[in-house]
Design a protein around this ligand. Structure first.
Ligand code: NCD
Length: 315
């Protein structure tokens, strides 16, 4: 088995060579996605259920498109309208769905650890589409693929992750993935938005953008996660933009060919200048969205292969 995992819950459990296996397969799906016939039937006969307990645009849409292109029966559970509203627990909802024999369950939840807990209760493959401030593995993988395609490698790069690190599952998964692949990581942001004990992750920490961005190959911006803040983290959005928002001037500190990334959704004029975000010579934000579909196809393909192997094995 080249990808010996039942679930995709986080980057933490993955080895560098497994990450490479997944990205190589995703490259093939990226090529398929550019053809007019985008179908491969590796998930034919399987049922995929998307359960999003938190809002999502691109992650949910790309998991849905990914499943459909691979031939799965895809259902989006409308969690706002479900029995969860009537007080049913996460586990009850999971067990109910489990009884319908899904093969792939894609879950986003506002609480860190909720998706791991759910994975212990069901007998299908579970993919974490973001849990609280814990992990967002497919985002880190799509970021990695975008970087690898733009820079020709995923090692020995100098990469800055900027902004609201403390509340960001995207930052957490990326720090783990890019660290495993032996890159130099710099975290830039106000001290109030840096998680405690972050230096132990083997990263350099800065609170000045010009200094932190010096000679980096990749600039990864993050959204201010206001829904996870209980007030008082930043003086004002204007002040934040002035000090930490990415604009042409701050970007001059990075290498001339540095790429600009953002997982979306963007607050233009808060974390990033709108014109810069749209500048196709610098920004790879649309490539990130494109790679998101390919990476999710690859992840579901690999997990479905394992599912078939385990089911075929004698008890
Ligand atoms: C991220 C998320 O939900 O964690 N968005 C995404 O998946 N594209 C980042 C964010 O919400 O800021």
């Amino acid at each position: 088995m080249t990808f010996p995992h039942r679930h995709l819950l986080g980057i933490e459990a993955l080895r560098p060579e497994e990450i490479t296996t997944l990205l190589d397969l995703a490259d093939q799906y990226a090529a398929l996605n550019r053809q007019s016939d985008k179908h491969a039937d590796v998930l034919a006969g399987l049922t995929q259920i998307n359960m999003f307990f938190e809002n999502s645009t691109r992650t949910q849409a790309s998991f849905e498109i990914a499943g459909k292109r691979l031939g799965a029966d895809v259902m989006n559970m409308a969690m706002q309208a479900s029995s969860v509203k009537k007080g049913e627990t996460l586990i009850d909802t999971a067990l109910t769905l489990n009884a319908m024999h899904p093969d792939l369950l894609v879950v986003r939840h506002p609480h860190s650890g909720a998706v791991d807990l759910l994975a212990q209760k069901v007998n299908c493959a579970v993919l974490n589409a973001g849990d609280g401030r814990h992990e967002h593995p497919t985002q880190a993988l799509l970021d990695a693929l975008t970087i690898r395609r733009a820079k020709g490698r995923l090692q020995r790069l100098s990469i800055a992750i900027c902004g609201d690190i403390a509340h960001s599952r995207v930052a957490r998964s990326n720090i783990m993935l890019l660290g495993k692949m032996e890159n130099r990581l710099r975290l830039i942001g106000p001290p109030t938005l840096m998680p405690a004990g972050i230096a132990e992750f083997g990263v350099e920490v800065f609170d000045d953008m010009h200094e932190g961005l010096r000679d980096v190959d990749v600039v990864m911006m993050l959204r201010l996660q206001k829904e996870r803040m209980d007030g008082g983290f930043i003086p004002s959005e204007r002040e934040y933009y002035h000090r930490y928002g990415l604009d042409e001037d701050k970007l001059k500190s990075a290498k001339p060919d540095a790429i600009v990334m953002h997982p979306g959704p963007m607050n233009r004029g808060v974390e990033i200048d709108g014109t810069l975000a749209d500048d196709i010579n610098r920004s790879v934000i649309q490539d990130q969205v494109e790679m998101g579909v390919a990476v999710r196809m690859a992840a579901m393909d690999l997990l479905a292969q394992n599912l078939r192997l385990t089911r075929a094995a004698p008890a």
